[in-house]
Write a protein that binds this ligand. Sequence first.
Ligand SMILES: C[S@@+](CC[C@H](N)C(=O)[O-])C[C@H]1O[C@@H](n2cnc3c(N)ncnc32)[C@H](O)[C@@H]1O
Length: 251
Amino acid sequence: MLVSARSFAEYRAMFALTDRDLAGRVLDCPAGAASFVAEAGRRGIDAVAVDREYALHREELGLLVERETGYKRDRLVKETAGYSRSWYADADDMIRQWTANARLFRADIAARPDRYVTGALPELPFADDSFDLVLSSHLVFSYGNRLGEQLVRAALLELARVARREVRLFPVMVYDTGERYPGLERLLERLAGVGIGSRVERVAYEFQPGDDEMLVLTCAEYRTPALTAPAAPGAAVAVDPVRWRHRERGA
Ligand SMILES: C[S@@+](CC[C@H](N)C(=O)[O-])C[C@H]1O[C@@H](n2cnc3c(N)ncnc32)[C@H](O)[C@@H]1O
């Protein structure tokens, strides 16, 4: 799996984000080397990034993305040959944009390290309802065939657990097949059974041909066991330095 580095403008387009959507706390999961959090921070938006790669690579992740896209240029040219309506003019334009975004990411992770949290789905290191809005781009369904249905379902429940209002996922298409994730309807029915609403929305963004759909999960009615049951004595407390800092400020 390539670690990518999309921009704030791309996130805005692929998740149909309004200023109102971005008024609360936002989580980017998985963020990879995307510059969404860096650019959001410059705009005064309270956004946090989480990715499993941050355990091994932090500041250098941006550099690794630059190098990897360079090495894989020929493959990217081949894979993106039919992407006529894509955000990028061609593979070289994509590499150029990702390089610029990865540089913003590098500068921000060095300047604001506590905005970049190491964590892996399906278990995130955040308390329930930590964020108003959770954004998830190019993992859960893109690689859904490799992750397997059980992990996809667990990942969606986990994203919903940490979201107070909504989770938005893009795309709903599987990267390898170019088809909509096959277990989607069954999965959404199961989520409805635990109080998570859903809808698929068309957006003004396309990466792969025809993947211009995002999934919105509505979480206000979803109550995880951890929210209703008192924690067992001695149970581990979720680590969320950003949340605690906000609490100290009385937010
Ligand atoms: C294709 S990148 C997407 C990055 C970013 N959202 C973007 O669009 O540029 C996929 C990311 O998922 C991360 N990843 C893979 N499995 C993960 C997991 N179980 N939990 C958290 N992150 C994971 C990888 O490290 C990688 O950075």
